[in-house]
Design a protein around this ligand. Structure first.
Ligand code: ATP
Length: 257
């Protein structure tokens, strides 16, 4: 189990997370929800060790890892898939997967078996195995970023906004893979602004506001709560409406010649 106790984090003197308690059990998906700037990325980075200006504690299966580096935490079985995919554009799909195995010293047949396993989850990656990752679509790059984390066979996977900018069918396909992971005991913490999609694939959800956990419940309970749907499930629609409105004054005040 990943467990956070009274975790606070800061950038310089500015406190960003305050007193967060959270746990992720093996074999469950926990959705981490909240608006822009709520602190979701900082929380994932504090768990993975990318961000270390923290107080409180982070434990993996009972071992305190708060003092460990990101590389040490990765070796202990927790992999982060960062926001914005961050694949190596000039490397092929297969080379990106090899980067994921950095430091593991696997025999060739074990490596091939792991590649086959992730190709089974995302078959398009097998078709494009020798293609530079920069030529893949956004959805395919997201699949590659997840596959690159999975070849290490992590016990816990931390996903930062995997749905960002992707079409609904692609989101469904990518998040659908999470269910197969939890069947094999992987614990997943899924940070998402797409609350509907995240609650649809998770067992529990945690809502953050301004660096504090304001609500924690089962996903069905959160999905059925009118206050949650008003605040978080309407976000996408609201964004579309704001974008539409933003176009109007522009066309009025800046007429096309
Ligand atoms: P988003 O969905 O926009 O990424 P988030 O919920 O992931 O939001 P964070 O990125 O963790 O939120 O940001 C939480 C707060 O910390 C915000 O107020 C943000 O401006 C601030 N912050 C994030 N990164 C830094 C940084 N490197 N230096 C200073 N402040 C930062």
């Amino acid at each position: 189990m990943i467990e956070l106790k009274n975790l606070s984090a800061r950038y310089g003197r500015v406190g960003v997370l305050r007193g967060v308690d959270l746990r992720v059990e093996p074999g469950e998906v926990v959705a981490l929800l909240g608006a822009n700037g709520a602190g979701k990325t900082t929380l994932l980075h504090s768990i993975s060790g990318v961000h270390r200006a923290v107080t409180g504690s982070v434990t993996f299966d009972g071992d305190d890892v708060t003092g460990l580096t990101a590389a040490e935490r990765t070796r202990l079985g927790t992999s982060l898939v960062p926001a914005g995919r961050q694949v190596f554009a000039d490397l092929s799909v297969e080379q990106n997967l090899q980067v994921g195995l950095h430091g593991t010293r696997l025999a060739a047949d074990e490596r091939d078996e792991r590649f086959e396993q992730v190709f089974g989850m995302f078959p398009i990656l097998r078709d494009f195995a020798s293609r530079p990752a920069g030529l893949l679509s956004g959805g395919q790059q997201q699949m590659l970023a997840i596959a690159r984390a999975l070849v290490r066979r992590p016990a816990y996977l931390l996903l930062d906004e995997p749905s960002l900018g992707l079409a609904p069918q692609i989101v469904e396909q990518i998040l659908g893979v999470l269910a197969t992971l939890t069947d094999s005991g992987v614990g997943v913490l899924l940070a998402e602004q797409n609350a509907g999609a995240a609650l649809g694939v998770s067992q529990r959800g945690v809502i953050m506001e301004n660096g504090v956990v304001v609500r924690s419940d089962t996903s069905p309970a959160l999905l059925n709560d009118p206050e949650v749907s008003n605040h978080y499930l309407g976000v996408e629609q609201e964004a579309v409406e704001v974008a539409d409105r933003a176009v109007l004054p522009r066309s009025i005040f800046e007429p096309i010649d």
